[in-house]
Design a protein around this ligand. Structure first.
Ligand SMILES: N=NNCCOCCOc1ccc(-c2cn(C[C@@H]3NC[C@@H](O)[C@H]3O)nn2)cc1
Length: 448
């Protein structure tokens, strides 16, 4: 047997997001979000699924917290729905929305679980999208106003904060590839959105400091990792572009105060420029306290002029894949963590890592051993990185429970807990009990 011991103060948790679990889309004064609109647009979401009910966690959060206590986590990452707080985006504050999150956070604290709060996990108030969304500086100012409300309300209760979840998804998956809400397919729009959210991030961090809000604040990019198919310079450069668009495009402005020049020039060749205004880069590069990273998979890429704006084609190398088709390759997590050291030995939390494994219930059990194997492999890479001296502070599995997986609807299941979407009955899977043991022991054991 081999034992991989973790630091005694290592944070073990799980992660979810408001639109994916809450439901109650028209309750408690909530306004419409771009995901309510997108999921109602024919052809955008598998089976026409939407978040109207989801896991009904708006009503069942106490039951969910009991599951968290049973699992033994000490940290829980969740997101606040902006449309519950300011339903029309930048108008009146909805007290009922604030009271819901106070009840929820108080219950978490009562259970001895650290709240880890994401301010924006994709559910933009639709009214702001109607005025141009993140391309419009009005949305940026509205976000800072929303953030200020939350900082003032929850300072002292919440001590771990993230401004944005997965800026690559917000900007490029949603506005270049059109896969997520609002579904634009335009390079300049996606670059404008990326810049807008970065300015909003910086302004919110500045406001956080000015208010003297308790705790630490950061951002959670989703990581891409790609290794070249051949030793050619073209293939390596294609990988560089793929990695950079998820990482450097957002973290260079934050940590260095400028965009990665090679990517700026790449986009200029494609006819797109970054709409930088006076003072933007100074605001964006406000120092942050922590970095959340989301890792799922990696690719083997090669240069292909026909392969989208990055001219970087991901190849099928016959690796085992999860049920959403993503290759299982944990080495990318280790390499990404070392790649991030160019920003310094910054405090890092794995804010999402998990596998889409769609096993169902048989004889009251979900035998999701493939998820256990995935989690074990990735946690061993986390251990390796900590051993190398990387400042890795915690791990949050995506996700506590099966939930609305965006354009995939409910067919793709990432949860440690199975959710029956008709009855809303929660059933812990075998991976739940495996993770429960890891947390209890603060170590992983392998047979070899
Ligand atoms: N790359 N281009 N491909 C071209 C065509 O894209 C096809 C689809 O692409 C993607 C890429 C990435 C994702 C994704 C999903 N999650 C999981 C969520 N993370 C935040 C949390 O809410 C989880 O639900 N993380 N990333 C989805 C789709």
């Amino acid at each position: 047997m081999t034992f991989f011991h973790f630091p005694k103060d290592f944070k073990w948790g799980t992660a979810t997001a408001s639109y994916q679990i809450e439901g109650a889309y028209n309750e408690g004064g909530r306004g419409m979000s771009i995901w309510d609109t997108f999921s109602r647009t024919p052809g955008k979401v598998f089976n026409g699924d939407n978040g109207d009910i989801a896991c009904d966690s708006y009503h069942r959060y106490e039951e969910d917290i009991e599951l968290m206590k049973k699992l033994g986590i000490n940290t829980y990452r969740f997101s606040i729905a902006w449309p519950r707080i300011i339903p029309d985006g930048d108008g009146e504050i909805n007290r009922e929305g604030l009271d819901f999150y106070h009840r929820f956070v108080d219950k978490l604290l009562e259970a001895g679980i650290e709240p880890f709060c994401t301010l924006y996990h994709w559910d933009l108030p639709q009214t702001l999208q109607d005025e141009g969304g993140w391309e419009n500086r009005r949305t940026v100012e509205a976000f800072v106003k929303y953030a200020e409300v939350i900082f003032k309300e929850f300072s002292g209760k919440i001590n771990y904060w993230l401004t944005f979840n997965e800026p690559w998804c917000i900007a490029f998956l949603s506005n270049l590839l059109g896969v997520h809400a609002p579904g634009n397919q335009d390079l300049q729009t996606s670059i404008n959105v990326a810049h807008g959210l970065l300015v909003a991030h910086g302004k919110a961090v500045k406001k956080f400091r000015e208010l003297g809000t308790t705790g630490e604040i950061g951002i959670a990019p989703n990581m891409a990792w790609a290794v070249p198919y051949s030793k050619s310079r073209e293939d390596q450069e294609a990988c560089d572009r793929t990695i950079a668009l998820n990482t450097d495009w957002f973290l260079d402005p934050i940590y260095k105060g400028h965009y990665p020049q090679f990517m700026v020039e790449w986009f200029e060749q494609a006819g797109a420029t970054v709409p930088i205004q006076e003072g933007d880069m100074e605001i964006i590069s406000q120092p942050i306290d922590l970095l959340g990273i989301n890792y799922y998979t990696m690719g083997v890429n090669r240069y292909n002029p026909e392969a989208g704006v990055l001219q970087s084609e991901e190849l099928n190398m016959g690796l085992p894949v999860t049920d959403i088709g993503w290759p299982v390759e944990s080495r990318g997590l280790y390499e990404v963590l070392h790649y991030l050291q160019k920003y310094g030995n910054v405090p890092i939390y794995i804010t999402e890592n998990g596998a889409c494994i769609n096993d169902g219930i048989e004889k009251d059990t979900v035998a999701d051993y493939r998820r256990i194997s995935y989690l074990q492999q990735h946690m061993i890479q986390v251990h390796r990185a900590i051993n190398d001296g990387i400042n890795l502070k915690g791990y949050m599995a995506w996700s506590l429970m099966d939930n609305f997986e965006w354009a995939e609807g409910y067919r793709m299941r990432f949860g440690l807990v199975h959710v029956d979407y008709r009855s809303l009955v929660r059933t812990p899977k075998e991976s739940f009990y495996w993770y429960q043991n890891v947390i209890k022991n603060n170590w992983i054991e392998t047979r070899t």
